[in-house]
Design a protein. Structure first.
Lengths: 597, 597
């Protein structure tokens, strides 16, 4: 199994030299994010990831979750690890202090999450879903609901789930059939079957708080008839103690391609007691509070697997002796040179490295915007940041998971045949990463959200804000000639491609929405690359500055510049191809009759 | 599990309307390839694939192979299926009639193989490796060896393996440590450990003929010291009967990401009796007889999984109701429209369809060249065809497996969450397809062979032959205006990109070989796309002709043209991006110090 070493230097660089979170006084709580504070927390998180979570990753994959007599048993070691997390207060970091949380800004919590998910994605899902349930109740619940459920969701003594999918409905939630009927005491009786419920049933926590989307009697058809319900596994007394078992059960644990350590359950509700969260018929809105947050987390997961897989692949490439450098033996005393002498092995690794490091920059930037949306002192800035988060959430989700998967496959490739056998752990990274392109809305659904909804949001304000930001960044820095040539010019070109694509959608999409939707995933990738280019330009600038000022490890900063240059030269030009595809419009995609497929 | 329906119409179209094999009188044996004959054989092969092999695919994945007391048990049903293949004479189709084969041209055998491998890739590997062993002995063995081993390898009563890899050596065969020491009777004693041996031990056949690469005493270091040995599981008597068990055993069956139905074995040779094939020190040459053939077969495997996965995804997209068409409900009577109304679902499917159908055209064309190399009446044409096969083998292997995997993943994506659970079989297609990018030389190794060896072969004759062929094709057809606009012009551009890339390699690669190798995989993809563009141009021409002549099913031919146009417009422009990457040369890839990874 690959050992996991968290990239603490990269985190420090991004947080304190690129984003300079500690200098950001206008976002509440950022003043606490000193280099010392983030360093200590990330080092501690890194230790747990390396020593506790990573060694359990293969166990989880091997053993999976077993359903026996209605009880789901998680893999050996998961309970102890969960208790350790709860005792350390890790699940509560970002939560509201009123309910026992630590109120730490998201940007730090996300970095901790990336560290933990890199080490063991399936295990960390128990915590991720719990945070989603926390958010939905925190945003839409009554005071009583908050008092009743939040403290233990915050601490991690209880966990949470999201129940949307049914056999006949995945993306199309308008088809939900699960019913909720009013009971005399103001509660509801929930009946129906939900599938693909992550962390649906398990033995880690004393209670599981299910958030269930269901249809009330006489409600409208489609999504407007849906409401959201809290349906706990054990009923909760007024004193917060656990009461009787609710009428719900796990019918099956799915056999999946990966994330075996997380129990993906069929959940059956047989008149289970539930309590409505938010207003009747507004269930989807409440669910989307969880969903938007979950989408950022899933983007992070895609990045996390590529990150862990890259680290394993780089170590292997430096260790494994095979063949000789074409320019003469690099290590003539050994029977062969290490793999890393070979140009194509380096290409595979550089694709990964440039994505992983740029991806951390991209993800942390958007998470900082999320903090600004919630915590900025200036309401105008909150609004602007909110626009950007809304716009960039589907990009983070779609781009980081698609590229994350592709590059995890590349990391596996470095191992040759050894990557295909389970022993090395590379197959698990690939199998686990695969789900991130699917759940919380497939890539296609993200692209639809981006092109069909977010581009037109508030008269196109968010996308204009984005373009202004990129333009402003280029303008402010173009006097830096080294930066301009290698970074700003390619970024300018890529951003122009993105603008041209958006313009095409506006013109052609007016006449035929399919002219925009046919290119929507290409647009998502194009957008992702522009964001990565921006991240690399910012990172290169910070690295240049450090070298000029002569502080820190020069080799570290030079590596950033070289890696960034690789991205700008070899990866970013993909934007041109994406634009060309987008401009072919609807016909190539729509011309073929359905029965000719 | 997805049902499997072989694309008999596509085969007929490629063989008889595009390649017109039945009109090719200069290749020996092609006169027998009438539409009736190929149709009957492919229909029969398709039946077995659909009714016997496909239903066993999930069984193989589920049960895998078990090692118990030295015996490897294949999954339930595999023995019966193997016996059925042997009784039907399927393994012997392409083999030499002198040893019981049917002498059928490769082009038909490959199409049969594609059908069978689409239905059950892991199972068909037992046959594929056997054919490799047959070829090595047929080409390099003595008359006695041929008499002794070939008839039963041809019939499939015995199976074969290739033993190259050892723990310390994959690609770099110069590191092989397995030893062969001469015995008094002219045989050899083989000692060493081989790993990743596909079909290494199993219960399908009475004997297994291992071909083992080993080093003789005092032999040169590196690959020039290697010889190839026949090492049978059971010794074979002069009468052809089975004698005592040889000193070799299976030490372990590997747990792999996929192809669970095939036993991937650690093989231990403990002074096992072996017989040298070909000359001492020429083992690699003899092994490459198997290897080149195996590379075409592995390319076919990549295509086969994309083909099967596409068919399943297309069926699902027409059946699964989810969401509504943006241009108004397509099936207003139903609760939702089928997935196929959505532009992005169509894009995913068209990427697959265009690859799968174009890939069959590409693969069959190269296999026809292989037949021409072996069977053409004109020695000049044999040489020319041989050049093309040598050049295109790494392209077939690398491109069809990389794109095949990518598009199998796309097919899985159509299923949403249902694609991630094992029940639907989509995960298996992905996991099985993944190996094809690795074994018989990774994509990087194929690209090295292509750029480092094949481009310069005989003063660049093969690549010049290829460019002349493409140019000639365009010149001969440019009067056809419909074809010229939609197909020949894009092909011309793509071919120009390929030429420019080859030119760049010649110039920059002279000074620094890494300038060529850094772009070698990009070149392989670029080359693959040009071949696919050529295949689609030829297919479009045949379809146009059929429509003009008014024969057959017009919708079938129109679908070919629409699908081809999709390829030319949306996929082929990738060549420009590949060229741009290639022209960045060595620096972006070589600049970063090894310890900065």
């Amino acid at each position: 199994m690959p050992a996991y070493t968290p990239p603490l230097d990269d985190y420090r660089f991004i947080l304190h030299e690129v984003l300079k979170v500690h200098e950001e006084t206008a976002i509440e709580g950022y003043d606490e994010l000193t280099e010392d504070m983030t360093g200590q927390i990330l080092e501690e998180a890194g230790k747990i990831a390396r020593d506790v979570l990573a060694p359990l990753n293969a166990t989880g994959d091997d053993q999976g979750c077993r359903l026996e007599n209605g009880v789901v048993h998680t893999p050996a070691g998961f309970r102890d690890a969960w208790n350790l997390l709860v005792e350390g207060g890790w699940p509560s970091m970002e939560c509201d202090p009123e309910f026992g949380g630590q109120g730490v800004p998201s940007v730090l919590n996300m970095t901790v999450g990336l560290t933990q998910s890199s080490a063991n994605m399936a295990f960390m899902m128990y915590s991720g879903l719990t945070h989603g349930a926390y958010s939905a109740i925190h945003t839409h619940g009554t005071d009583e609901q908050k008092r009743m459920y939040l403290p233990k969701l915050v601490s991690g003594e209880w966990t949470g789930t999201m129940n949307l999918t049914e056999p006949q409905c995945g993306t199309d939630l308008g088809l939900v059939r699960t019913k909720a009927e009013p009971a005399a005491d103001g509660s509801w009786k929930v009946t129906g079957q939900k599938i693909f419920i992550s962390s649906g049933e398990h033995d880690l926590a004393a209670n599981i708080i299910h958030l269930v989307l269901a249809r009330t009697p006489g409600a409208a058809e489609g999504t407007r008839g849906l409401s959201l319900f809290i349906v706990p596994k054990y009923l909760v007394g007024a004193d917060g103690g656990l009461g009787e078992r609710n009428a719900l059960s796990c019918g099956k644990v799915e056999e999946k391609m990966g994330i075996h350590g997380n129990a993906t359950c069929v959940m059956n509700y047989d008149g289970a007691s539930g309590w409505m969260v938010g207003e009747e018929g507004k269930g989807l809105r409440a669910m989307f509070t969880m969903m938007n947050e979950a989408r950022l987390l899933v983007g992070m997961q895609g990045l996390s697997q590529a990150s862990a897989a890259y680290r394993a692949a780089a170590a292997y490439a430096k260790d494994r002796l095979q063949g000789r450098s074409v320019t003469g033996a690099a290590e003539p005393d050994k029977p062969a040179d290490p793999l890393i002498v070979h140009a194509d092995v380096r290409r595979l690794l550089l694709d990964q490295k440039a994505f992983v490091e740029g991806g951390i920059g991209f993800l942390c930037w958007v998470t900082m915007l999320l903090d600004a949306e919630k915590r900025h002192t200036d309401p105008k800035m909150r609004e602007k940041a909110g626009d950007m988060v809304a716009l960039l959430t589907p990009v983070i989700k779609g781009f980081l998971t698609e590229e994350g998967f592709r590059l995890t496959v590349n990391a596996q490739q470095i191992f040759g045949g050894h990557g295909y056998i389970e022993e090395t752990g590379m197959s698990q990274f690939v199998r686990d990463a695969r789900i991130a392109m699917i759940y919380e809305g497939t890539t296609g659904v993200q692209a639809l959200d981006l092109v069909g909804r977010k581009l037109a949001l508030r008269g196109g304000q968010p996308i204009m804000t984005f373009f202004e930001y990129v333009k402003g960044y280029i303008r402010d820095n173009e006097d830096d000639l080294a930066l301009a040539k290698d970074f700003l010019n390619p970024l300018k070109q890529a951003s122009k491609d993105l603008q041209q694509a958006a313009m095409f959608f506006m013109q052609a999409g007016m006449k035929n929405p399919n002219a925009a939707l046919a290119g929507s995933v290409d647009f998502l990738h194009l957008f992702g690359h522009v964001c990565m280019g921006l991240a690399w330009a910012r990172m290169a600038k910070a690295a240049h500055r450090a070298i000029q000022e002569g502080h820190g490890d020069r080799a570290f900063y030079e590596a950033k510049i070289v890696t960034g240059r690789y991205y700008m030269r070899r990866v970013l030009p993909e934007t041109g191809l994406r634009l060309a595809r987008i401009e072919t419009g609807a016909d190539p995609v729509m011309d073929l009759p359905a029965d000719a497929f």
